[in-house]
Ligand binder design. Sequence first.
Ligand code: FO1
Length: 305
Amino acid sequence: MITVLAGGVGAARFLEGVIQVVAPEQVAAVVNTGDDFTLHGLQISPDLDIVTCTLAGIINPAQGWGIADDTYTCLEWLGKLGAPTWFNLGDRDLALHIQRTALLQSGATLTEVADQFRRALGVQARILPMCDEPVPTHIITDSGELHFEEYLVRRRAVDSVRGVRFVNIAAATPTPEVLYALATAELIVLAPSNPVVSIGPILALPGLRAILRESNATIVAVSPIVNGAAIKGPAVPLMQALGLETTAVGIAAAYRDFLDVLVIDTVDAALQPQIEALGVRAVVTDTIMRGPAEKAALARVVLSQ
Ligand code: FO1
């Protein structure tokens, strides 16, 4: 089993590479649910949908989220009726949230819903929510405490970040499916996702870090920071708020208590000695996932550790 801790867009693109290299049924993605929130009375799970729709081959490739060629008629009419339209939900996208909300209200768990959706969309890899309890990620900013999606999308990440809070995380538990995927993994991979708000919530689950520390599996991370910047998303301001160095060395420092290997980009090769001084082996390769060939090549390097 290859078990991949995953956030949103970067993780989904990395997973596209992984399933080119190993049989998808050998892959389990443990996906962040801290971005989940309710809007229009619907339960929205952005990272679960990004991973599922990407592996199903129906994601909007330019954005990395939303469904390709989606239409926005419903959102247009929601706007006419005075509903908020800051979160761009297409008509096909809304079907996911309507059905998820209905299944949850009828007593299904988020794990059951995610599995039903990935099977319905023809995805062979397992897609596992990190936990079934709501654990919304809040960003503490100068203008108050905001849900992550309000901070990122509604307010376009303009607020200065003072801290991050994973609401209810102490009362949450990794699901049995997540525990099994970690226990049976020969390799555990941290995808190139935001260490604070994508991988961070998963690691904050009670007992999760101890499982990684005690695991016999090789644990490999792909740095989401290249040349001091994130390929996509607000990793840098969030890492700064938590006092993490905003380089690949900062990523090694964040995970050093359990990490064996950090895969860094060729532009960061000079950081290798500083990373290895932290007790983490550094592997240098091209980590920019321009297209299918680069995604598969990166996956091969990661899976060969
Ligand atoms: N990100 C945006 O920046 N703007 C959006 O309007 C937006 C809509 C959206 C709809 C469904 C979905 O699954 C994801 C969506 N995202 C959007 C991405 C979302 O903000 C992600 O959670 C982050 O990009 C981090 O993974």
